[in-house]
Ligand binder design. Structure first.
Ligand code: RAM
Length: 523
């Protein structure tokens, strides 16, 4: 499992482009702040029918909080009524004798009920438990204001008193969260959809996007709190359809372009603090998507300066990928070479071949504006890749694309070949229609579901697209989502590729695209 989740490249050397990084720095957004207070006190009780087996029930009105005394072993769960990303302060006053010992408190933050219901010490997943949102503090001076320095991503906050003293208790007089986001909601046009579920889906998508928009487009404000290229590409699309903060897309493009390695490779993700650091994870698909994100950005803004500035590094990703073609023009990869999806056992070469064609076609749509020889190369190479896909990867008996020596059938392979336009629309529709009756590897993430829905739309099958959106993102809504989740498997709601669903992110960038799909395709 851990091998599948992680990749290390300790040998690579980063060649920073200062000009690009300076440009990115000049586009650093100002965060908008709002102050949010809890709406009710709740309890979280076991209920097998609810997601992860936990149900939230109202316990008291929030006005009661300041009248309640808390001593050793007491606890309270506050519900802020919506998902927040921000900084919490609590005014704490002692009651009883003068406080003769420090107050010892534990705070736990949950995007989901399970996070404030289950003890984190049971967590045994492969991703660091450091992401689990909890904090233990001492207050030596009372009354006082507890000001948490860490940013949390949550709707629920549990406060547990680990110790006061036999002589005093405490009251929590005022609890406030300074909520932050760089998104400006004024640009969002109102959607009045006749279908209530789609209306709600649009709102929850926008909320997801907004909460992930910080100094960069983060993948998830709880985890990993960083800039992933694959997520950025989808966030940018949702952004164009709604908040239109196009400078943030530009900033993120310059950040990636400013940190290639000595082979010109762009990292799959960047850390932003203390300064921009390229992670040592490289995925062919994500690096190719730099070109796609750049071209989308150009189509949206007509910003030819940025397109011209970043074209070479974008094209370098295509050139690097072409080196992995065999003599038949088939992409060959080893190890954890591409992301594609978290579906277990997924063979990724055919999907990667599809992505390569898709991205090269996208590059070709603007190449005449920037580089004539690249245009020629694309024109010559794309047909070779398409022909090779039809000749070697299409199984004429099954009428499906296959991947690898076992001729694996997956949604991912069909979806990317459809998005790459390798099949006619009619053939694409038939291919996708066939999938449910096969044992094809299914999508595992909202990321892959997004591509499946878009593939249906490209193939002209609006009905299946809508159907999938309603069962998938609609399923999350029915399970209580107020922001969309990193992982969701309607057949196994505890699914996590990381070994435990406590660590999953429940406000996740790559899940924010229904607003784009609804608005762009008039769903
Ligand atoms: C996870 C995150 C992130 C994604 C990568 C590949 O760490 O969910 O969003 O892009 O996987």
């Amino acid at each position: 499992m851990s091998e599948m989740v992680f990749q290390t490249n300790l040998e690579r050397k980063i060649i920073e482009n200062e000009e690009f990084l300076n440009k990115a720095e000049s586009l650093l957004p100002v965060l908008n702040e709002s102050y949010i207070t809890p709406i009710q006190l709740v309890e979280v009780l076991p209920n097998k029918k609810k997601i992860h087996g936990w149900e939230v029930r109202s316990r008291d009105s929030v006005e009661q909080l300041s009248k309640m005394d808390f001593g050793k072993g007491d606890q309270v769960i506050l519900d802020f009524g919506e998902h927040l990303v921000g900084y919490v302060t609590i005014n704490i006053t002692p009651v009883g004798s003068p406080p003769d010992a420090p107050l010892h408190l534990k705070l736990t933050f949950g995007e989901m009920p399970i996070e404030v219901a289950e003890d984190f010490s049971t967590y045994n997943g492969v991703i660091s438990s450091g992401w689990l949102q909890e904090e233990v503090v001492h207050m030596d001076i009372l009354p006082g204001i507890l000001k948490l320095e860490r940013r949390y991503s949550f709707r629920y906050m549990k406060v547990e008193v680990l110790a006061t003293s036999p002589k005093y208790k405490v009251q929590f007089q005022k609890v406030v969260c300074k909520n932050v986001s760089s998104a400006d909601l004024t640009a969002v046009s109102k959607l009045e959809h006749a279908d209530e579920m789609l209306q709600r889906m649009d709102q929850v998508s926008i909320k997801t996007l907004v909460d992930c928009m910080q100094e960069v487009f983060e993948d998830g404000p709880k985890r990993d709190r960083r800039l992933w290229l694959g997520d950025l590409r989808l966030q940018a699309l949702a952004n164009y359809a709604t908040v239109k903060n196009n400078d943030l897309v530009k900033r993120c493009l310059y950040l990636f372009a400013g940190t290639p390695d000595d082979q010109g490779r762009l990292a799959a993700n960047l850390f932003i603090q203390p300064s921009v650091i390229a992670d040592d994870t490289y995925f062919i698909d994500y690096s190719l998507f730099f070109m796609d994100t750049l071209v989308d950005y150009f189509h949206e803004t007509n910003d030819l300066v940025t397109l011209t500035d970043l074209w070479s590094i974008a094209f370098k990703q295509i050139e690097n990928s072409l080196q992995f073609l065999d003599s038949n023009y088939l992409f060959k990869g080893e190890g954890f070479f591409a992301f594609i999806d978290w579906a277990e056992g997924l063979h990724k070469e055919t999907a990667t071949q599809g992505i390569l064609i898709y991205v090269m076609k996208k590059a070709l749509s603007v190449a005449h504006l920037v580089n004539k020889s690249h245009k020629l190369l694309l024109e010559e190479t794309i047909p070779l890749l398409v022909e090779a896909s039809k000749k070697y990867l299409w199984d004429s008996e099954k009428q499906l694309f296959v991947s690898g020596p076992t001729k694996q059938i997956s949604y991912a392979s069909q979806v990317w070949m459809v998005l790459a336009g390798v099949l006619s629309a009619q053939k694409a529709k038939e291919t996708l229609e066939k999938l449910p009756s096969t044992d094809a590897i299914e999508p595992a993430t909202p990321y892959m579901y997004h591509h499946l829905v878009e593939a249906y739309l490209v193939a002209g099958d609006r009905e299946s697209a809508l159907d999938r959106m309603k069962t998938y993102w609609g399923g999350m809504l029915e399970d209580g989502a107020d922001t969309f989740w990193e992982l969701y498997n309607p057949k196994n709601k505890s699914f996590s590729p990381y070994g435990h669903h406590l660590i999953n992110s429940y406000c996740h960038a790559w899940s924010c695209t229904p607003t784009y799909l609804i608005r762009k395709y008039n769903m």
